[in-house]
Design a protein around this ligand. Structure first.
Ligand code: ZN
Length: 477
């Protein structure tokens, strides 16, 4: 490549809002779990004469999402019609916010995996309705209108993203922020989060943007990265060979790892936007905005900073624990019982996360209460049990969620701290391991560990390891 190119990326993210009813009617918004076309009414199926009425919850959720993304909220905005004829839109238009969106001028602080930091601007966020779901088979096309008029927000970034890695980081932080507000499931897998990518390239130093393509049909953040990388190299090849980029919509082909042009017929769309005459202007009062501001959570970036300063955690520990609000809450519940932030973090990061991973479950599905983890930590701290026994108790609590204090009592698992009992164990081990005694005297550290281990085994894990250690050393010196 003879010339250095710069990549210019803009992302359009559609996010379903998790309200219980649809945006214009009282139909059940849980569209995926119901029989196809069962949650519809004259409004969301576009019957003549049916009138939409804005679901106030949609507006609240949308405001929260916009605040999470640091947007300015417009006091006045409006709904517009985007006209097109396609079976997924029963009204033959989609209601969106074209001329005046409710939120603008947002920004997200982004940090890539390789540590590069940047701020990506958000142009605007608009409220709109989802369309029916198309299911194409070889012989027929099916439509499910349950999804018609599910509330959406479309979040449009400024074309300020410069690499696939930065796009990936932007999407992750965006998803994290929205998840913390609890206004959406933000799952690409379930379709509640969808992303289209605009990519163009230009020679470094050029102020003018190059011709862009829009890629759709991306079903994971990893596909977004791959599609960007593919588009960049495809566009460079075209320009290097003296040809021009065609502005078009392309589809990502996951199986073959390529983008392909959509039929050009669908490209030549003129949506003839105009204000929707059936809906009044959207007014967001100062009082409403204040209420929503008061309901905002502490976000993960703020939590990470607090965990580091308040609990003295390492940055990577804090990032993991704050990656999900529920995980962070669980951790802080443990601390309330244990009063040990550092030890509690260790238990979270090793034992709890291991079980979640093994069972492929989330912290909400984890049956052990944080109180019981806190109690296990207390039992170690006050010398009742060794950390080895603690792990055994944890395994039992994972199955039964029984009070760890009771398990210790029932099973007689209390740690052996009686000096004469410790001595008895050590004497037996020393009697049986002359070779290790010789090794220890010859300066081999491993021999001591071995002797402590053997003593631990005889005590069935119940002896205090520090006492065993001290006893062995004092007997051999
Ligand atoms: Zn309806």
């Amino acid at each position: 490549m003879s010339i250095e190119y710069e990549t210019v990326i803009g992302l359009e993210v559609h996010c379903q809002l998790k309200t219980t009813t649809k945006i214009w009617c009282a139909c059940d918004a849980d569209y995926d779990h119901k029989d196809p076309n069962s949650t519809t009414c004259p409004v969301c199926s576009g019957q003549p004469g049916a009138l939409p009425k804005l679901n106030e919850k949609v507006l609240d959720y949308a405001i929260k999402a916009a605040l999470a993304l640091n947007c300015d909220i417009n006091e006045e905005s409006q709904f517009d019609r985007k006209n097109y004829f396609y079976p997924d839109s029963p009204k033959n238009y989609q209601i969106t916010q074209y001329f005046k969106p409710y939120a603008e001028n947002g920004k997200l602080e982004v940090k890539t995996n390789s540590g590069k930091e940047s701020v990506v601007g958000i142009e605007r966020i608009q409220i709109e309705e989802d369309t029916a779901k198309n299911i194409h088979t070889d012989s027929e096309s099916l439509l499910n209108y349950n999804r018609a008029s599910i509330p959406l927000i479309e979040i449009i970034s400024k074309p300020e993203i410069r690499s696939a890695e930065e796009a990936y980081a932007y999407l992750n932080i965006l998803k994290n922020k929205l998840k913390y507000t609890k206004v959406s499931d933000v799952s690409m897998e379930l379709g509640s989060l969808r992303c289209d990518v605009n990519v163009s390239i230009r020679k470094k130093g050029d102020a003018k943007l190059g011709t862009r393509t829009e890629t759709k049909n991306l079903n994971s953040f990893k596909s977004v990265m791959k599609a960007i990388e593919y588009e960049v190299s495809r566009q460079i090849d075209i320009i290097e060979s003296g040809n021009k980029i065609v502005q078009e919509t392309r589809l990502w082909d996951e199986e073959n790892g390529v983008t392909r042009p959509m039929r050009s017929k669908e490209e030549a769309m003129d949506y003839r936007y105009f204000p929707d005459p059936d809906l009044p202007k959207v007014i967001i009062s100062k009082a409403r905005l204040e209420n929503m501001k008061n309901e905002m959570p502490e976000f993960s970036d703020a939590k990470v900073k607090r965990f580091i300063s308040e609990y003295k955690l390492q940055e990577n520990e804090a990032i993991t624990l704050a990656s999900e609000m529920e995980l962070a809450d669980y951790y802080e519940e443990i601390i309330k019982i244990s009063k040990e932030p550092k030890l509690s973090a260790n238990w979270m990061l090793t034992e709890v996360l291991r079980v979640l991973k093994d069972r492929n479950i989330s912290i909400e599905q984890f049956t052990v209460s944080p109180d019981n983890i806190g109690k296990i930590i207390n039992l170690i701290q006050n010398g009742t049990i060794s950390s080895k026994i603690a792990k055994e108790i944890f395994e039992e609590v994972v199955v039964t969620n029984k009070n760890p204090e009771e398990i210790v009592k029932e099973k007689g698992m209390t740690q052996i701290t009686d000096n004469s009992e410790i001595e008895k164990i050590v004497d037996q081990v020393l009697l049986e391991n002359q070779q290790s005694i010789d090794d220890f005297k010859a300066g081999k550290d491993r021999a001591l560990k071995f002797l402590v281990g053997q003593s631990m085994k005889i005590s069935k894990g119940k002896a205090n390891p520090q006492m065993l250690n001290d006893m062995i050393i004092s007997k051999l010196s």
